[in-house]
Write a protein that binds this ligand. Structure first.
Ligand code: GBH
Length: 449
């Protein structure tokens, strides 16, 4: 257990937790919701580790009041959720389904009544299946469709959402969804998936314009980043590190911040058309940073289809996902962003940070997760150090409020501050929930409850 007093953060620093629609909502056939690529994928044999689906997940669709009460008890100032596109437009196009909007309308009102700022992500990977059937993010049309959907959500929620996030982790969606096939829609195009990067970014830029027309903002995107640790000291190792950095950290940031695509990535003028880069570089108010761990990179073996080889970084404890617990990587990453983009870097919020452990109730019914407390303590101190380094960090969101449906890992990985018994849907706050509640109170200069 950490014993040092919690670091202090600037007044107005945003304290939040994050979730996403398909991972928690369930109720996949209710109130006119359409099918998404994740429904299709999860229901295809062999795609998900435990054969589970998000059909019920945490049943949040029916239990959102209880979940908002958990947020209020935690004392967070913000809650990042995602809007399920197939609830709003079951076929991905056309007029809004009012019942779909009603759900988020109620959620937003409940959050505001609880003193929690709603932070809405428009797209956390759940593309309406009919749009995938028309080419998915390989099709340029999908970018236009996304902006039309953004407009419908903004028209209904624009007066109350406190931060808009267009896309979640477009790199992961491209690489795992369309590159390697580990995620929906399960395509295996490797580098032929690059148009998915461009069309997501174009969709982001068009959605920013739609949000600006309807709302006062602020507007962000949530990218995942990983500081690159070059393993080995040959020129080939360093070149591999640079290639991975361009692909993972710069492909979705250089064009957003006005630099165009990194060399050797996207150049085809039939994909990247005149004017697109200006649309993509529309100013954003916040850069959302999802951070999990650093990545070890070395030169690829002869004949590899990739220009790098990934390897675990050693010397850190590991989570149940086997990811290294490396808070120093967060400080390093924030310094890299500031050093690379300088004054073009907007204020940053850490929109996801978290860890999976094999948490389960003990004989006393409580769930003790000291590893998660150590994880959060370390990462908060890393954010404090980055502030001292001069990086403008405005918020920190823990992934996640609840144990939930972890994509290709199904229910086998528990990221929550709150334990969920999926048989009964009972929510049990873990010891990390109490620790974070007290830490937030202390850093906000309020007495611990
Ligand atoms: C996020 O993605 C998602 O936004 C969220 O929905 C998800 O539930 C959450 O994180 C937890 O997974 O093998 O050591 O190199 C995270 C993206 C990509 C981060 C893979 C870690 C590999 C670590 N992740 N990456 S390692």
């Amino acid at each position: 257990m950490p014993t040092a007093p919690p670091p202090q953060f600037p007044a107005g620093f945003r304290w939040g937790v994050s979730t996403s629609a398909y991972q928690i909502e369930g109720a996949v056939a209710e109130d006119g919701r359409g099918t998404s690529i994740w429904d299709t994928f999860a229901h295809s044999p062999g795609r998900v580790a435990d054969g589970s689906t998000g059909d019920v997940a945490c049943d949040h669709y029916h239990r959102h009041r209880e979940d908002v009460a958990l947020l209020a008890g935690l004392g967070v100032t913000a809650y990042r959720f995602s809007v399920a596109w197939p609830r709003i437009q079951p076929a991905g196009t056309g007029p809004a389904n009012p019942a779909g909007l009603d759900f988020y309308d109620r959620l937003v009102d409940d959050l505001l009544a609880a003193g929690v700022d709603p932070v809405a992500t428009l797209y956390h990977w759940d593309l309406p299946q009919p749009l995938e059937d028309a080419g998915g993010w390989l099709a340029r049309d999908t970018a236009e469709r996304f902006a039309a959907y953004a407009d419908l959500v903004a028209a209904r929620l624009g007066d109350r959402v406190k931060l808009w996030i267009t896309l979640n982790e477009p790199f992961v969606h491209m690489s795992l969804g369309y590159g390697t096939g580990e995620h929906a829609p399960g395509r295996t195009l490797l580098f032929d998936a690059f148009p998915v990067a461009h069309h997501q970014l174009l969709g982001h830029g068009l959605a920013v314009a739609a949000l600006r027309a309807r709302t006062a903002g602020p507007v962000a995107i949530a990218n995942n980043y990983s500081p690159v640790r070059v393993l080995g000291d040959t020129d080939a190792d360093r070149a591999a590190g640079a290639a991975y950095e361009a692909l993972h950290n710069r492909l979705f940031t250089d064009p957003l911040l006005g630099r165009g695509y990194p060399d050797g990535t996207l150049a085809d003028p039939s994909v990247v058309r005149d004017g697109d880069l200006a649309t993509i570089a529309a100013p954003i108010d916040v850069l959302g940073v999802n951070y999990y761990n650093p990545t070890g990179v070395r030169a690829p073996a002869e004949g590899s289809p990739l220009p790098f080889e990934l390897a675990p970084v050693e010397g850190y404890p590991r989570t149940a996902f086997d990811w290294p617990v490396a808070p120093d990587g967060l400080r390093e990453l924030l310094g890299w962003l500031r050093g690379t983009y300088g004054d073009a870097l907007p204020p940053v919020e850490i929109t996801e940070s978290g860890c999976a452990y094999d948490d389960r109730p003990g004989p006393d019914g409580r769930v003790h997760d000291p590893e998660r407390i150590a994880y959060l303590d370390g990462h908060l101190r890393a954010v404090r150090a980055a502030l001292d380094d001069g990086v403008d960090v405005r918020g920190y969101f823990v992934w996640s409020l609840l144990d939930n449906w972890e994509w290709a890992e199904g229910f086998t990985k528990r990221f929550g501050l709150v334990h969920v018994d999926y048989a009964t849907q009972a929510r049990t706050p873990k010891s990390s929930y109490a620790w974070l509640r007290d830490t937030i109170a202390a850093t906000r200069g309020e007495p611990a409850r």
